[in-house]
Ligand binder design. Structure first.
Ligand SMILES: Nc1ncnc2c1ncn2[C@@H]1O[C@H](COP(=O)(O)OP(=O)(O)O)[C@@H](O)[C@H]1O
Ligand SMILES: [Mg+2]
Length: 302
């Protein structure tokens, strides 16, 4: 029943004027899962999250949090939620500590028992004025305030943006730890690799529509590798191409390839040709879409 469902979204639609930003999406987030909400910029992630939190009003459809339909009259359920907004804005002349105390005062029913622990974990200097903070430090303030009242459900809108890799890892480890303790997460991202690392289930949103929902283990199987190879001499690309290897582009001896599935058979194939340079950049979401959904053939080679 709904007890198990921390978040349920049914046929949610949002228009901005005439522009359809979110089209009849459906999402079910069960207790204890880390749910990834993956999509490129402009896909409708922030819009969806703002509707979940009653910051925006849906055009149609339904959202339930802990089984309760959301609207502005029952915002008290927000006390059970830790939210990191996509655009962290801090204002005033407050120090970080004063700001965190202010956030704590907004949730009188939920003591901020983990504030000190989180400040230490994220290595936050609380004596600094919030106006003087770097982007990464602003993000840390948002993270600390989301965790400090020890909520049951976390809604994060691109939480790693602005964090250095070390702090990203601290956040990922914390998410994994809390999920082990039964906490639930709904996390938006435009990084495939990030969702693979942290989520169990993923919904992929593109142009306001959810095009796929699956276990992340399935996503792992589907993921593509992008490879740039600079061969020492001319190579006939048709010798490389097969059902798992697509030649994206060729400029003389330089080829850009997309590899699906088994990497070994690909390595076997190219080992026959002398290689000058080889590197494998992170594939973009569009590379992934192109090969699994056939959605954007004209995006060009990146
Ligand atoms: N207040 C607004 N008025 C009009 N269009 C908006 C507004 N906010 C967002 N949009 C548009 O809605 C689409 C989805 O935006 P958003 O939800 O912010 O996407 P994401 O968070 O996935 O990047 C985008 O095309 C964006 O330009
Ligand atoms: Mg956004």
């Amino acid at each position: 029943m709904t007890e198990q469902r921390v978040l349920e979204i049914k046929n949610l639609t949002k228009y901005y004027g005439k522009f359809l930003a979110v089209k009849k999406i459906n999402i079910i987030v069960e207790t204890g899962t880390v749910y990834g909400f993956l999509g490129p910029n402009g896909a409708g992630k922030t819009t969806t999250i703002r509707i979940i939190l009653s910051i925006l009003k849906a055009s149609s459809g339904e959202v339930r949090l802990f089984g309760i339909p959301v609207d502005r009259s029952n915002v008290h359920i927000h006390e059970k939620i830790g939210y990191i907004p996509g655009d962290v804005a801090l204002y005033g002349h407050l120090t970080v500590k004063q700001m965190l105390n202010y956030f704590a005062s907004l949730r009188p029913g939920q003591p901020s028992s983990r504030m000190e622990e989180m400040i230490e974990l994220f290595d936050l200097d609380v004596t600094k004025n919030t106006k003087a903070l770097s982007r990464g430090n602003r993000q840390k303030v948002a993270i600390v305030q989301a965790f400090m009242h020890n909520p049951d459900f976390y809604i994060f809108d691109e939480p790693s943006s602005g964090l250095d890799p070390l702090m990203q890892q601290v956040l990922y480890d914390l998410i994994a730890e809390e999920a082990k303790n039964g906490k639930t997460f709904f996390i938006s991202s435009h990084y495939l690799g990030e969702i693979q690392k942290i989520a169990n289930i993923v919904s992929i949103i593109r142009e306001g529509e959810i095009i796929s929902t699956m276990d992340v283990s399935k996503l792992d199987q589907q993921v593509v590798q992008k490879v740039h190879i600079d061969f020492k001499s001319d190579v006939d690309p048709s010798l490389l191409q097969d059902s798992n290897i697509t030649v994206l582009s060729q400029d003389k001896n330089e080829l850009i390839l997309i590899i699906k599935g088994d990497f070994n058979s690909f390595l076997d194939k190219i080992s026959k040709f002398p290689i000058e340079k080889f590197y494998a950049p992170e594939p973009s979401l569009e590379d992934y879409f192109m090969h699994f959904y056939d959605l954007k053939r004209n995006s060009g080679v990146k």
